[in-house]
Structures are given as C-alpha cells and as structure tokens.
Design a protein around this ligand. Structure first.
Ligand SMILES: Cc1cc2nc3c(=O)[nH]c(=O)nc-3n(C[C@H](O)[C@H](O)[C@H](O)COP(=O)(O)OP(=O)(O)OC[C@H]3O[C@@H](n4cnc5c(N)ncnc54)[C@H](O)[C@@H]3O)c2cc1C
Length: 330
C-alpha cells in the first residue's frame, strides 16, 4: 500500500513523453488514493537531472536501481528488479508507459509481482466497491473496454497520448535500491540499435502527424506533404498501400496492421478512411481530412474537412500556415 511505483523509462539517456505521461497518470491516481509517487530509474548510469525532471512531473521520490548489467535493456532483468522492489517496499500499485519496452516488461512483472495487469489504460483506475475500474482501447482502436480488478497488486500500462504530460512540481527525495540481476535474468538483452527511421520526430511521439494516401498518385508528389509537415513541426505517415508499393517507408504505415497513433492533430490527405486505416488513427484528438471526394468515409470521423484537390489545397494551406507563423513569431 506504500506508494505508486512508476517505471521511468530512459531512452538515449532521456525521459521522453511516454514516461511523463505515465507519471501524469500516476500522480492523478496517487492523489485519489492519498499515496506518494515513486519513480524508479533502472540504469547503468542514471542521468544527473533525473531527480529534478521526475520531481517536476510529480515524483515524491526517485529510486535508482543501478548495476553495470543495465547498460543494455533486458526485459527480464528490468521486470525482476521492479518486482523485487515492489515486494520489498510493499508497493501495491505500478504504472508503466506502454512503449515497446514497457510492453515487454509489464506481463513479466505482473507474474513475478503476482499482480493484475491492465494494459493500455486510457483512464486512471477508479476505486469502486467491487475493485478498481479503468478503460482501455480494444479491438485495434475500434472499441473501448471497461475492466475491473479487485486484486492487488495492480499494474497499469498507459496508452500513448491518453494523458497529456502535466507538471506537478515536487522536491523529490532520492534513494538507491540494491539489485543485482542473476544470469537467468539476462537471457535476452539488446546489444545494438540501428536506426532506420530518419525522421526528426518519431511517429509515436509526434503531437502532429501529416499523413497521405494513394490520392497523392506517386512518390514524386510527397514534397507537398513534407513541406506541410515541416511548417507544422509534424511527423509524416501514410496508408498501407502507399508503403506496400514502396512510395513511402514501411515505418510510416499507420493503421490496423501498422503503427497505432493518437496525436493531438492528424491531417489525412488523399486517404479514403477505410476501417483498417481508421483503426490506427481514430483516437487522434483532432482529425483534419483533405479529399476531393465529398463521399470519402474519412469525413465521417473528421473534426474539420476540406473537399478539394490535394495538389491545390495542400500548398495553399502550407503557405497560409507559414504566413501566420511569421506574423505571430513574436
Ligand atoms: C487485413 C487488412 C489490413 C489492412 N490494414 C491497413 C492499415 O493498417 N492501414 C491502412 O492504411 N490500410 C490498411 N488496409 C487497406 C485498407 O483497406 C485500404 O485499402 C487502404 O487504407 C486505402 O488506402 P488509401 O486511402 O491511401 O487509398 P484509396 O482507398 O485508393 O483512397 C485514395 C483516396 O484519395 C482520394 N483522392 C484521389 N485523388 C485525390 C486528390 N487529387 N486530392 C485529394 N484526394 C484525392 C480519393 O477520393 C480516395 O478517397 C488493410 C486492409 C486489409 C484487408
């Protein structure tokens, strides 16, 4: 019962958006339970600003689990460290980002900590007479599931973009927790990373995404998409057939069989809005659709729609945004 434990994930020595979202969910949950938030950093060498950053986003305490073995990510070792810590500290609640690594750790942690796991939560679990209730996205973003657990410990992973990172400045205290991974914990570890995406803004972390489909006619026409993305500070995405024929790289493909995203703004250009595409983007906060067919299904889920030829509309939109930004630069 002692606290809500948050796994503060380090990526390239930084705490990125998924960690700040998890901390936000944790401090809201902690407020409702009257508990403190403990951010747990598992690392070979934790960053020097860990205390100040995690404290700024609501951590009452930062617990560092330091060992040379943590130089490389190893899901078993990380999950075991968290499970041992939860048991020794008598912590009944944990929050993890639903990042790639968070998804690898959470199921193992739930087994080792003998905990219930709600994965991809979009709300903070609410205490009811029959246990904790939370919402999660189901059926590839096409449905919502309400789940309940009366079991403790309870772990949640937080769906990307379900919580906007919210500062809650605290003067966090610091503690070291001693844990040495056993050889069997290190049965799998990441030994190298080769980046294949060259985008400055990773798609899964982008607040704004400009996406295009077969309506663009060919890869040579993507210049107008990239220019719009550039003025908006957006990442670029595409529909499946566009990636299948090689107009765009596969890591840009969004939808049921691609990446699932929930940015604040999703701009869909020349994309029909097939259900399999919507499965990956329909939970975006604002959707703008540009399509020359007024009957295109995408308009049914759009917050704003422009019926028109992308080759005319997009350059004019880019220019208008550029002008607006120049006028409001100060
Ligand atoms: C099992 C399965 C899984 C799938 N998974 C995915 C997935 O993950 N992601 C995905 O995207 N698809 C997926 N698909 C494919 C999906 O069903 C659609 O075929 C696909 O999304 C269509 O892509 P599109 O909208 O780019 O092309 P189209 O359907 O060809 O639509 C092109 C759109 O561009 C518009 N247009 C044409 N010219 C212009 C112009 N000059 N200006 C403006 N608009 C214009 C047209 O009106 C049309 O609406 C899947 C299909 C299956 C069966």
């Amino acid at each position: 019962m002692s606290a809500i434990v948050v796994w503060a994930e380090l990526k390239e020595d930084r705490f990125k958006k998924p960690t700040l979202e998890a901390l936000t969910a944790a401090h809201r949950w902690a407020d409702s339970l009257g508990l403190p938030v403990w951010a747990v950093v598992i690392a070979h060498e934790p960053p020097k600003d860990a205390l100040s950053i995690l404290g700024e986003y609501g951590a009452d305490k930062v617990i560092k689990v330091v060992a040379p073995e943590f130089a490389n990510f190893s899901p078993n070792a990380y999950a075991r460290a968290l499970a041992v810590l939860m048991r020794e500290k008598n912590a009944s609640y944990a929050v993890l980002p639903q990042s790639y690594d968070g998804r690898a750790i959470a199921p193992m942690l739930s087994i080792w900590a003998d905990a219930a796991l709600i994965s991809g939560a979009t709300t903070v679990p609410e205490k009811t007479e029959e246990g904790f209730m939370a919402r999660r996205i189901a059926y590839s973003n096409k449905g919502i599931e309400w789940v309940r657990s009366a079991h403790l410990p309870l772990i949640i992973t937080v769906k990307a973009s379900a919580f906007v990172p919210e500062k809650k400045p605290k003067t966090a205290t610091e503690e070291e927790f001693s844990f040495k991974p056993k050889p069997e914990d290190l049965r799998l570890k990441v030994i190298g990373i080769e980046k294949i995406a060259t985008d400055k803004i990773p798609l899964t972390e982008a607040e704004v995404v400009v996406s295009a489909g077969r309506g663009l006619k060919g890869p040579e026409n993507w210049g107008i998409i990239e220019e719009l993305a550039q003025v908006l500070g957006a990442a670029t995405a595409c529909s499946k057939p566009v990636a299948d024929v090689g107009w765009r790289p596969h890591h840009e493909h969004v939808g049921q069989t691609g990446i699932q995203i929930s940015p604040n703004l999703y701009v869909a250009i020349g994309i029909s809005g097939a259900i399999q595409h919507l499965a990956g983007v329909a939970s975006s906060k604002n959707i703008v659709v540009i399509n020359n067919d007024p009957e295109a299904p995408f308009f049914k889920v759009a917050d704003y729609g422009i019926v028109g030829d992308a080759f005319e509309v997009v350059p004019r939109l880019t220019e208008a945004i550029r002008r607006y930004k120049e006028q409001h630069a100060h």
